[in-house]
Design a protein around this ligand. Structure first.
Ligand code: ISL
Ligand code: CA
Length: 571
């Protein structure tokens, strides 16, 4: 099929998104914290990757309780990161390089230092009172709501001044905004226009499913506390009103601009997710689900990555299910890590010396060959892996620190917790970017805010840039291949061999073009039978090893080998 004839094309469907955690990307003034001028100095690197969109985590004014996800002024830049002039220069510089810039939109909550909250808590009569959720103490204690980052685990915090509790699904310094209030919604829309009018190309909408919740706060029973997606419905997220808010946001703001709007979609069912991205409903463009991220997590006292690994059959089932949700209408996303998750290669591949490079490349191949917009997290292109801190004092993330305090308070097993954090903690993926082999990896001339991974002497941009076989150059090549073949963008996905425990095999088909993708997710080498429609001498477009042994109808796959081949003709 000719590219011209493909229906419903959009730039954001074809885009490769690269997420930058600004705090850890590049420090320009030796204070140990990455900043906008640092990013400006590395725009040529971003361009060299071949990516289309940079998504930056929040850079707004913030007291940094949760690294910028607690915003005190939506229309100002965090002091540590620079100034609005720096931001404008970054935006302009990226646009000149044909890279779009997507920002984080954090509107489920603000910082408690935001002027709205200062006003809101000052008196029950204040005009900003209803910008947040308050529960007057004379009604007794509010029904339990869990909090992600609270030391005591409670989502309500008592405030003496007005003898009331306020809701905070995240930390006590992140009070939840009240979306029922039309005045609040109007202010949010004005703020969004401010950034779009500047030329920002989209928003990744943080925790957006949480903006709609049951305002009557019904009792939250133990039975309702389920980790499965979709089960939070109404209690503290994913209330049906969500669609009304998003539709209104579309009508008031989004449709006027050529931008991309992607929802972070924790706790949402496939049906609801599809509604959000169904173009005829005029809500958002894309959503990223959490079911993939949930695979191989064990839930108990705390969330942890199963040391025994994960089940590939389940992995294939989940990604296939979510592919099918968006296959004909709407559009999907695909990612294997971000600033909230451990490093992709440590979790889904194998970060031991022998297998790190092949497994990192294999996972890159997966992300670039699925029928969805891929989201890469900075450092995945050079195989950055989990740092695995031993001591609580090395951590900076509020999630780990407060969970540690909570477990200590309950006299739980903190040693076991720390052991598990080596595989699960968010700080694993927040360590400074590895530019070169110098003492702080070229990230800073000062003391980095979070320790640099000692493996930067082996895994860094400087070394990999020159090496034609590096992960970095494989990443660049994979982008060129994806862009050269519309079948990798728009072609239908079909899973093969769903019960195979080691190989993830699928085809992508568009008109009479057909690609076969074979990914060995295991550390063993094995023979794989080439499926009927393909011949053993098809053209191999991508291979993360130098060789590929083929015998008649079989391919010998080496550990973590990934292959993309194109059928000459469909039989
Ligand atoms: O990170 C998580 C738990 O490990 C998630 O449950 C996360 O809290 C949820 O996906 C919402 O994340 C987003 O909002 C948070 C912020 O801390 C995260 O960094 C952000 O991605 C609060 O703003
Ligand atoms: Ca700095």
């Amino acid at each position: 099929m000719k590219y011209e004839d493909i229906p419903n094309k959009k730039w954001w469907k074809e885009a490769i998104v690269y997420q930058v955690y600004p705090r850890s990307f590049k420090d320009s003034n030796a204070d140990g914290i990455g900043d906008l001028r640092g990013m400006i100095s590395k725009m040529d690197y971003l361009q060299s990757l071949g990516i289309d969109v940079v998504w930056i985590n929040p850079v707004y004014a913030s007291p940094n309780d949760d690294n910028g996800y607690d915003i005190s002024d939506y229309q100002d830049i965090m002091k540590e990161f620079g100034t609005m002039e720096d931001f404008d220069e970054l935006l302009d510089g990226l646009h000149k390089r044909n890279i779009r810039l997507v920002m984080d939109l954090v509107v489920n909550h603000t910082s408690d230092e935001h002027e709205w909250f200062r006003q809101s808590k000052s008196s029950r009569k204040n005009p900003y009172r209803n910008y947040y959720h308050w529960w007057p103490a004379e009604k007794g204690r509010p029904p339990h709501r869990p909090s992600f980052f609270d030391e005591k685990g409670s989502g309500w915090q008592y405030d003496r001044k007005t003898n009331s509790f306020y809701l905070h699904i995240f930390s006590i310094k992140q009070p939840d905004l009240n979306w029922e209030n039309p005045q609040l919604r109007k202010e949010i829309y004005d703020m969004m226009r401010f950034w779009f009018d500047k030329g920002v190309d989209g928003f990744r909408m943080d925790a957006i499913t949480f903006i709609a919740k049951d305002e009557n706060f019904p009792e939250f029973t133990e039975d309702a506390i389920q980790e499965e997606y979709g089960e939070w419905s109404g209690y503290y997220a994913s209330h049906p009103r969500l669609h009304d808010y998003l539709h209104e946001m579309h009508k008031e703001v989004l449709y006027k601009y050529d931008i991309m709007a992607v929802a972070e979609g924790p706790g949402i069912s496939p049906e609801e997710a599809h509604k959000i991205v169904d173009p005829s409903r005029h809500e958002l463009n894309m959503l990223y689900h959490f079911e993939g991220m949930g695979i191989g997590y064990v839930w108990g006292e705390f969330k942890r990555v199963d040391p025994d690994g994960y089940d590939l059959v389940k992995f294939k089932e989940v990604y296939t299910k979510w592919n099918d949700v968006f296959a004909r209408k709407g559009w999907g996303t695909i990612y294997l890590g971000n600033h909230d998750q451990p490093r992709m290669v440590s979790r889904w591949g194998n970060d031991g010396a022998e297998f790190k490079a092949p497994s990192a490349k294999m996972l890159i191949t997966f992300l670039f060959t699925m029928h969805a917009t891929p989201f890469f997290y900075f450092g995945d292109e050079i195989g950055m892996s989990n740092i695995r801190f031993d001591k609580i004092s090395d951590y900076r993330d509020i999630e780990t620190i407060n969970m540690y305090k909570q477990i200590k308070r309950k006299k739980g097993d903190v040693k076991r917790f720390l052991e598990n954090q080596k595989g699960s903690a968010r700080d694993n993926s927040r360590t400074p970017f590895q530019w070169d082999g110098s003492p702080n990896a070229g990230f800073t001339k000062g003391v980095p805010w979070l320790k640099v991974n000692p493996n930067h002497t082996e895994y860094n941009v400087e070394l990999q840039d020159e090496d034609p076989d590096s992960i970095l150059n494989y990443f660049r090549k994979m982008i060129r291949v994806r862009k050269a073949h519309p079948v990798l963008l728009y072609g239908f996905y079909h899973l093969l061999d769903k019960e195979h425990k080691q190989v993830y095999a699928y085809t992508r088909t568009l008109g009479d073009e057909k690609f076969l993708i074979l990914l060995n997710f295991s550390r063993e080498s094995l023979d794989y039978k080439i499926p009927g429609a393909f011949r053993h001498d098809e053209e191999i477009l991508i291979n993360n090893y130098k060789t590929c042994e083929q015998h008649k109808d079989k391919i010998h796959l080496q550990p973590y080998q990934g292959i993309v081949m194109q059928a000459k003709q469909i039989s």
